[in-house]
Design a protein around this ligand. Sequence first.
Ligand code: DC
Length: 681
Amino acid sequence: MFSTAFLDLAPLEEAGGTVVLPGSKSISNRVLLLAALSGGTTVVHDLLDSDDTRVMLDALRALGCSVVHKGAAVEITGIGGVASRTRPAGSGIPPSPSGGGSGWGRSARLFLGNAGTAMRPLTAALALMGGEFEMSGVARMHERPIGDLVDALRQLGCRIDYLGNEGYPPLKIHPASALKLDAPIAVRGDVSSQFLTALLLALPLVARQDVVIEVVGELISKPYIEITLNMLHRFGIAVQRDGWQRFTIPAGSRYQSPGEIHVEADASSASYFVALGALAATASPLRIEGVGADSIQGDIRFVDAARQMGAAVSSGANWLEVRRGAWPLRAIDLDCNHIPDAAMTLAVMALFADGPTTLRNIASWRVKETDRLAAMATELRKLGAQVQEGADFLRVTPPADWKSASIHTYDDHRMAMCFALAAFNSAGARVRIEDPKCVGKTFPDYFETLFSVSRTSRPHIPVLCVDGPTASGKGTLASEVARRLGYRYLDSGALYRIAGLAATRAGLALDVGHEHTIARLAESLDIVFTEGRVLLHGQDVTEAIRTEEAGMNASRVSALPAVRSALVALQQGFRQLPGLVADGRDMGTVIFPDAPLKVYLTASAAQRAERRHKQLISKGISTTLPGLRADLEARDARDSNRAVAPLKPAVDALLLDNSGQSVEESVAQVLRWWEEKQNFS
Ligand code: DC
């Protein structure tokens, strides 16, 4: 996962290959709750591992549920039908958590992050179970409505208080005295379908008689209710449905674990890759595995919308294959009520259409992770689109003139995921995704997955070069800049050190006489940089290449032109998505002459000698400052004057004298220069 402050995307050109998508968030959290309410143990396969499911698992644990990770599966041991066993029939007294199963605690404070799929159903279940519970979340969760659900539960006799603003979490739940199940329970369906889902999931707890729910207002997001009904069915509860207005949970309904259950891949997550195929799968198709024509998720119907815009999609039971069809995409005018989440992806596809696209009936966007209507309009405009934002619709006219933009993501995973697709614009506009880790809500490895099926020509992949004299701190600066950008890091000096080590181990003298033998050896080196370790032919050489002797040997082999040429392709191979920071003396001059940012780092000889002195002393090596300084000055002179790869700044390098700077100050300067190059509007 990218946990950087932002992620700068290279202009991307083409897509193809196969992605295996993570499990559905909607199914995962419903399954977890149902497993927790059932008797016995449920083995859940392909569960989504993300912020929202972690929040649910933590809550279930806090309530006393047993949660065991067994390999890739999660085993949930539920409360064992406590509700129907311990409550005197017809008493109207809520269940107590004694008896079979793991038993739920009578009190808990639950923090539910920004997971609506945990907050709403748990509120309903706990209000019916009885006990003292406090439910809170992040600030945005406290702005997301829950009043309609609380109203519905209060009709039943549940006791729920608002701890902050009326109608919003945080909530305090108290034990109900008696439940009134005779009259139908009315719940609004036009703000969030999660209120109805919450009631449907929780009411079987008390279904000693038929329990009827009546929806007030037009029910939105019906496909999510279908997922709820489908999952309830898998757990032994057959809800009767009359249209979308009336739902009956039959008397005697009891949660029954299916024993094992597989979570299908997330259809909303699939939308980004369906869109990607439509935008950029020009040479070979993009195959999506884990979700397909047999999906029970409503968002699978995004595929129809994508087809309307021009995507060429074929499908099997649990796979999709997408290619670019019409190009540019066709503008559409669509009621998106049935695909509220995936419709955000259409808004970004609209940037590539042949006219204005209108997405209608999406008022629910306003109460999601952020006000998605406002957020979408603001960010699309940054890229140069003309956007009309209505109360419940969005009209997007593609940019006449694309602009580079830093996309604010509002702690909303879908904003980050769909806007990444804008990097496929062919106008060369740059796209920065702020706070990329927000994708962790549903798809922690989203960007890695995106890069694995995206291609662009090498010159498009950004490289930042940091060259400079010995002991200038270029390694420290370059690796820190790489970390902050989420880019790869090439320590080219390490390659020469490895070549020197390999040659010495092969018994070769490091001189011109063996130049070509060493070069051939250098070409065939099998090097892996992993988690701070360096492996040569599978053997850890991290320490071996850091000795003074290894430095001397590196210096010798680096003066052999054939060895330098032998390492060119290897070094250039590090230029991969999302980008590279490369450090070493000829990075900006020979290896990556087209790099968009080159920094030549210097510091006074006195400063560098002092730094090296500290470094050596800390390693327990005794030296003197004047001696070190003399060595450095001699090495500078030798390095600058040598015929092969002399130390000199690239003509277009920016000079950074870090003599008086902290590492943080130098890093900040380089990042400022980098941002200036992006030219964000
Ligand atoms: O940066 P370092 O100390 O790890 O470098 C080891 C040697 O390799 C040093 O003598 C400089 C040389 N070198 C080079 O010639 N070209 C590079 N791109 C990187 C290092």
